[in-house]
Design a protein around this ligand. Structure first.
Ligand code: AMP
Ligand code: ZN
Length: 113
C-alpha cells in the first residue's frame, strides 16, 4: 500500500470505481477515460510500480492477469478479440505508477491509443 497511490486507493475502495471483477489478488474496473467501447484496467491489489520494478515473486500474478484478460474482455462485450497494453515508466507513457493492464476492445480499439 502506497498512501499516495491512486490505484491503491481504488483497491481499498477509498476512491470509487466501476468495478467489474475482483479476487484475492486482482481487481478490474472501467477506465474513467475510455479509449474504446471496452476499456478495462486490471490491477493487482499489491502495490507494484511497473514491470520495471516487478520481480520473480510476481511471476504467477502476471500470468494470472494475462489469463484473466480474455474472460473479462468477453464478459464486457468483446466479440472478436481485444488488445492488451501495459505502459511502463515515464518513457513508456505510464501516468499512474501502480502496475496495470489496459484491456481494450470494440471497433478499432487501437485508434488514438
Ligand atoms: P497509464 O497511462 O497506463 O498509467 O494509464 C492510466 C489510466 O488510468 C488512464 O487511462 C486513465 O484514464 C485511468 N484513470 C485515471 N484515474 C482513474 C480513475 N479514478 N478511475 C479509472 N481510471 C482512471
Ligand atoms: Zn498503488
Amino acid at each position: 500500500m502506497d498512501e499516495n497511490c491512486l490505484f491503491c486507493k481504488i483497491v481499498r475502495g477509498q476512491i470509487p470505481s466501476s468495478r467489474v471483477y475482483e479476487d484475492a489478488d486482482i481487481i478490474a474496473f472501467k477506465d474513467i477515460h475510455a479509449k474504446a467501447p471496452v476499456h478495462l484496467l486490471l490491477v493487482p491489489r499489491e502495490h507494484v510500480e511497473s514491470l520495471i520494478t516487478a520481480g520473480p515473486q510476481h511471476e504467477s500474478l502476471m500470468g494470472k492477469m494475462l489469463l484473466l484478460a480474455p474472460r473479462l474482455a468477453r464478459e464486457q462485450g468483446s466479440v472478436d478479440g481485444f488488445r492488451v497494453v501495459v505502459n511502463n515508466g515515464p518513457g513508456g507513457g505510464q501516468e499512474v505508477f501502480h502496475l496495470h493492464m489496459h484491456v481494450l476492445a470494440g471497433p478499432r480499439p487501437w485508434k488514438g491509443f
